[in-house]
Design a protein around this ligand. Sequence first.
Ligand SMILES: Cc1cc2nc3c(=O)[nH]c(=O)nc-3n(C[C@H](O)[C@H](O)[C@H](O)COP(=O)(O)OP(=O)(O)OC[C@H]3O[C@@H](n4cnc5c(N)ncnc54)[C@H](O)[C@@H]3O)c2cc1C
Length: 419
Amino acid sequence: MAEYSAFSLLRNALSGNKDWKPAWRKPEPKASYDVIIIGGGGHGLSTAYYLAKEHGITNVAVVEKGYLGSGNVGRNTTAVRSNYLLPQNTRFYEHSMKLWENLSHDLNYNVMFSQRGVLNLAHTPAQFDDLARKGNAMRHLDVDAELMSVAEIKRLMPAIDISANARFPIVGGLMQPRAGTARHDAVAWGYARGADRRGVDILENCEVTGFLRDGDRITGVVTTRGEIRAKKVAVTAAGSTGRVMQLAGIDRLPIESHVLQAFVSESLKPFIDTVVTFGMGHFYMGQSDKGGLIYGGDLDGYNSYAQRGNLPIVEEVMSEMLALFPSLASARMLRSWAGVCDMSMDGTPIITTGPLPGMYLNCGWCYGGFKATPASGFCFAHTIARDEPHELNAAFTLDRFHRGILIDEKGQGATPRLH
Ligand SMILES: Cc1cc2nc3c(=O)[nH]c(=O)nc-3n(C[C@H](O)[C@H](O)[C@H](O)COP(=O)(O)OP(=O)(O)OC[C@H]3O[C@@H](n4cnc5c(N)ncnc54)[C@H](O)[C@@H]3O)c2cc1C
């Protein structure tokens, strides 16, 4: 398959853009593969890519029940950051950040990674102290972090309300300058193309409806396009993890599926040049290159597999937006949508071998798995290829919940909807 380049753009422009080849093939399923990956979201596709690139394992199929991008990889608000407090998380997400920084080049696909910074706001002195602690922890591990004063925040975002009589006055913030956004569909398409070029079969409209077994061992999958055997079967089904694992007889997992909504406004002139998060509720906002403000808030707060949300959260998100940016009262909301998030009990993911022989599990991404896409695939590919975790995902085990070694970044306890 041809490289994308300035030259290929020019050549295709001159020939009426009629010669572009599809970015990935549409193969028929083979009878068997070395590895089958269930779920063609960001994590499944990146896992396939790194299996091929880093481990030379190319007899791989990614089995997706819909079309690529139909899950959360195409529904998220695209924020990418590594501003964590706990070292297990910081190291993992910082590795992801480093992969992001070279991803367009690595994939030969422009994922529009834009390091415009992510700013967490503090609204009380105690919250500001907390952010300072987190910033220090990050810098301790060589991750960029800068405290910002109110005046600096106002200079960065002139429209923000910093008045002392604001609903929640701002006292400062913590900025990660290398954080930012990426174009989510491009990430799925770039990984798909990269995996396909190395020989991976991407099987769309192919739903897994059961597992093939030899005793306890998983030996393949039953799909809507027939049975497919495999030496190893990996699950990266995000919000549908519970349902897929139930097909293998695993009824109880330490995750819950919850709905998260997102919103986009009509296109506006440049309004905000970073991603900002509100500290007195759950609201965050950035601006897309097309001009739409992209924003979101809290989960809908109940378990569901529906990819749509309800009005109370719409109202809550809008009220938080106006608390920060009163001038947006007249901006119209263009669209809203939702995705199903796999919320773990401690807010930290699971990337592991098992729980059955021949099986590998990657889940529990809560609403922060987009930024993890490169590192998740990188570490999961290592885990599958070598039958042991990479040092970066060694702590993300499934048995940590019954051993009591939780990685509770927010200190919220076993309440998945609060992480
Ligand atoms: C509204 C919203 C905003 C978010 N914002 C951010 C953000 O700003 N930053 C961030 O880091 N994260 C964010 N996230 C979280 C992030 O999108 C997810 O954690 C991440 O995308 C999950 O991994 P994935 O891409 O592999 O999931 P998905 O794209 O959901 O992939 C899973 C795939 O599995 C497929 N599947 C399910 N069942 C089967 C089956 N039986 N057979 C075959 N295939 C199956 C699904 O169709 C789906 O395509 C957000 C999520 C949502 C919903």
